[in-house]
Write a protein that binds this ligand. Sequence first.
Ligand code: COA
Length: 370
Amino acid sequence: MTIYAHITGWGMSLPDKILTNDEMATFVDTNDKWIRERTGIESRRIASDEDTTASLGAEAALKALEMANLNPHDVDLVIVSTSSPEHIFPSTASLVQDRIGAINAGAFDLLAACTGFIYALNLATQNIRSGSIQNAVVIGSETLSRLIDWTDRTTCILFGDGAGAFVLQANETPGGVISSILRSDGSGGDLLSVPAGGSKLPASMDTIQAGKHFVQMNGREVFRFATRVMARASQEAMEKADWNVDDVSLIIPHQANLRIIDAAARGLKLPLDRFAINVQKYGNTSTASIPLATIEAFEEGRLQPNDKIIMVGFGAGLTWGAVAAIWSGPLPTEKPVNFTAQRLLAAIRSRILRLYRRIEGFIWGRGKSA
Ligand code: COA
């Protein structure tokens, strides 16, 4: 019996604050015309002090679970792909697992930069198709605005914050994620990086003064790399799925730059209207960009059940990859899950566990010193 991994729920979460190009031009030497012409970006969302990578990711995940009508207790795996994790550890995925009340799930972060969502989809799919798990939540979540040097016009104009999530579920009906290709070329690691804050260059006065905790990028080289790999990766995923380009209803590319998407369209000899594009509204939201563009395409009526789609990304690492999938939608379920109660339960449960741990620690500590 073959098991397939269907995309049965999706949700997104965006910070309220919209930062337009014109507003940006008031504090950094740039202008709306340059940004639009070179990137296609018109505005981006910026996380408030209350928003974190876990809070945005959890909100997107809860919406996705609600759409799939899947009880968080039935989730087996939570993967957060992110380039802006809350900490080196604990993983942002564990924080999300706690917030959504996925009490029976394993959780981990996946770092493949802007290609992360593609890698995470592949991983969740392999787990489901092998029969090892039934249900996974795959989240791309970012607060990259916190890793940006807001005086560096070559990077700060590009990035934005947000989160998107998919629920993947096992089902015997053919469909869901059909094929994927994952690639990496670490020889280009220096082209796009946050150099400090890891074990090679731990935080110090020197690293802070040198701005090494901010995103650094060789824009032209990244541009050249991206335009080389996007069409090729899409083509390879199609070949692996035994599809040709005419079978595909929609290509959902990583939203980094409209000119890069345009180059991919020319590489695939497809008109731009076969692509999902929302880079103008959100800029480059790294791992969140593919789920955000997919969900908006669905909301615009551009995705129907059984449509064949390609999701394709690239990013730091260097990494790139593509997924060929058949769009599904929620599986039939018997009993509606009460998500208001689930949200409340998850919050109460998390508080009780923390309190219990403190009381237990106090009692254990007293016993030891006595
Ligand atoms: N506003 C105004 N002028 C700017 C500017 C800005 N924000 N940023 C750069 N410039 C200037 C440069 O200083 C340069 O001026 P000069 O000709 O007087 O030296 C000129 O614009 C052209 O700069 P260049 O870097 O050649 O521009 P570009 O056409 O390559 O566009 C990027 C720059 C960053 C938009 C483009 O290279 C890019 O999108 N690269 C890919 C980045 C990416 O996708 N990263 C994420 C990967 S996941």
